[in-house]
Write a protein that binds this ligand. Sequence first.
Ligand code: FUL
Length: 624
Amino acid sequence: MRLLPTLATALVLSSSTFSSASPEPHGAVPSPRQLAWQRMELYAFVHFGLNTYTNREWGYGDEDPKLFNPSSFDARAIVRHFKEAGMKGVIVTAKHHDGFCLWPTETTGHNISKSPWKGGKGDVIRDFADACKAEDFKLGIYVSPWDRNHAEYAREGYVETFHKQVLEVLTNYGPVFEIWFDGANGGDGSYGGARERRTIPPNYYRFSDLVEKIRKVQPECVVWGGGGDARWGGSEQGHVAYPHWHTMDSKRGGNGATGVPHGDTWMPAEGDTSIRPGWFWHAHEDSKVKSGGKLLDVWFDSVGRGANLILNVPPNRDGRIAEPDVRSLMEFKRLRDELLATDFARGAKTVGPAPDPKHSARALVDGDIETFWCPGSSDEAPAAAIGLPVSATFDVVRIREQIRLGQRVDSFALDVWEDGGWNEIHQGKTIGNQVLVRLPQAVTTDRVRLRVTKSVAPPCISEISLLKMPELPVDPKIAAMFEGEMPKTGWKIVAKTFGNAEVCIDGDPNTLWNTHPLSGELPPPQGFTIDLGREIRIEALTYLPRQDGVAHGMTDRYRFELSGDGETWRTAAEGEFANVRANPIRQVVPLAEPSAARFVRFTGLHAVEKNHITAAEVGVIPAR
Ligand code: FUL
């Protein structure tokens, strides 16, 4: 049992000039309101309203309130689904851009009291508030600043109305955990019958006054948008960027997807997306609900980078969550549960410098996100090692910083003990609220080491978890599409002429590489190089054309090259993809004879339409 001495000697200890004082907060830190919100991680969005009945995404503002008449709306049933899916709250569109209010507001006649539902006595927000109370669930509210119905929109008169609407929903329905101010402002609308385009002057909504009013009535409510407490994650796919910062710069702003390293303002991000292609329910999208596995990917790319995820699950015309959405939500929950069920690091032995014993490395594995390890100094890459009682196999590592003290870490590395020495398996950037590192392949070891390679102040790390990915159910339609191909785990794009060629090796037929940036088309030849991670005897190569019904950039002349070292290349196949425009199925290119290679280069030499190249996937069929 020489575990601890071995761990200790294997550590690169940091400088001996430790201060023993407990760490102080560094730079911007979260307010209690923001902290409580960041701990929620995952909650639902509900887009419901006249658009549900008109089949639109943005109502024009002249829709008839009589259209809103759900036959069996049941807020309690909806909230129960969300709760069962492990979500922590729900944000409801009380008013979308069409101006129709789902509560009987005094501010406009364009509201639910004009709908036949419950004889004009209905109140969707009340029903959600009651359901949340009964289920001990959190309620949030979306009120669109842009109002395509209001005659005074873009004029002074509307701003007061908008503020009143916000205060109505924040005073009459109990505690609201988040209020959502959409940034969308399209311009045209019906505006009390005027049917024209209206633009708003800067600072039109007077958000700073509004935020002050909100603080008075609901001091704990997080204001999303409007310069309040939280920011947009930068895409409606739910993803945020990595490295990912919870801070922004009060003077220069910054990109919401990434945040600003060590910025002066704590303004954490929320990734938003819908379980369906649209935000409102449309019958034709019942077959396009994201699978549990796809939702897990979105969660990795938002929550797994430190942001919150708001997942929209829109009720149908009956006022219910449709079956396919419920199934996906439950599958998503099962996959998260399986991933988090066993943390191999929990209770392991730990070694690491800690001048203040209150912040010893043991905190890393105690399952308590409040306690944390602090090495006292950020010099010389402080490290902590974890010794497991028995070897474990894991492929996901979760690390959390104690964000109460700020976001400090710029970069870190992970090592595992293999054949008598530490072997680096990952280099990461930010940690923040949490980072979920997906390793390219599972590792088996009994010792893991975290090195904080750059940090603006002594790192304060609250947890490390070693986890194993659940088996992901394969969608039979997609499996058939890639029949015979090897899995793409551990593959890397190591060179490309342009763009996000990585999506061609993500196994998702619906993501698209495109050499057509806004600045103009990039003509063929265009291509990229894949590192397969190890040498493979290849029997055939594949190209999947884009699957979205558009022919732009679809390749009809191609070249595939192979290499053992990424330097010396040989052409393995060159030729024509016949009939891809009319029938964009996977193109399989058999090699004259099986050939061993570690690197594959694909080049599109010509497109059937337009002068750029697109591809959904490129794959390898190994020799048997
Ligand atoms: C966007 C809106 O325009 C969409 O309709 C939707 O509400 C989404 C959450 O935000 O900006």
